[in-house]
Design a protein around this ligand. Structure first.
Ligand SMILES: [Fe+2]
Length: 215
């Protein structure tokens, strides 16, 4: 029974983490950037319209037990200026390393779980989210991570490097070498502050993104 439970978790983890490798694509605009991506279309499952999103997000579970984490940053256009109105979708595992569901999820929520949320950068390109630092998949060597998909106003959605943690022992040298630096580094250097962890990640639109228009 225990073996079956572990197998099920591994299967779920594999399913939820297959963002990079699937052949499916979403054709939202005339120019498709970012290559293939399974599940990136989940960015369109925001419970409110993109217009109503703000640049600050509290993910579900913020008040649960766990390591509270604040992540903030600025999204920059390829020309170096701040990028307003960029939609950012994030999702991650819970404190046991699984993508938790409550049973009433629809669409990609069935696989991404309910620990997910949406933001939109403000006029200064800023975004910020509050959540609990996720746990790594149980029994696996994958580092702790937060998946992230972005959508610029005039482009289709695409994935960028996951948020990972510089102090995570599972983030080995080999793991680091395999990172693609899409949108810039996703490695968070967390600092302890006011009973929570804080980290910063700026996102550079177009960086190492296939078929991204040259400026
Ligand atoms: Fe994952």
């Amino acid at each position: 029974m225990k073996l079956l439970f572990v197998f099920t978790i591994i299967l779920i983890s594999n399913i939820a983490c297959s963002q990079k490798n699937d052949k499916k694509t979403t054709q939202a605009t005339s120019i498709h950037v970012g290559g293939s991506c399974e599940g990136c279309e989940a960015i369109h499952e925001s419970p409110v319209s993109f217009d109503s999103l703000t640049n600050v997000l509290w993910l579900p579970g913020w008040n649960d037990q766990g390591r509270k984490l604040e992540v903030n940053g600025v999204v920059y256009k390829a020309d170096g200026t701040p990028a307003p109105n960029v939609i950012i979708y994030v999702y991650h595992t819970d404190q046991t390393g699984v993508y938790p569901t409550k049973g009433d999820e629809k669409g990609w929520g069935k696989r991404h779980g309910y620990l997910r949320g949406w933001m939109k950068t403000n006029e200064k390109g800023e975004y910020k989210f509050f959540t609990l630092r996720p746990a790594a998949y149980p029994g696996r060597k994958d580092p702790e991570h937060i998946h992230v998909t972005i959508k610029e106003p005039d482009k289709n959605e695409y994935w960028i490097d996951e948020y990972v943690f510089d102090d995570d022992p599972l983030l080995t040298d080999k793991q680091r070498k395999n990172l693609e630096d899409r949108g810039g580094s996703g490695i968070l250097k967390v600092k302890n502050a006011e009973n929570m962890l804080k980290a910063e990640r700026n996102i550079y639109l177009g960086k190492n993104i296939p078929d991204y228009p040259k400026v």
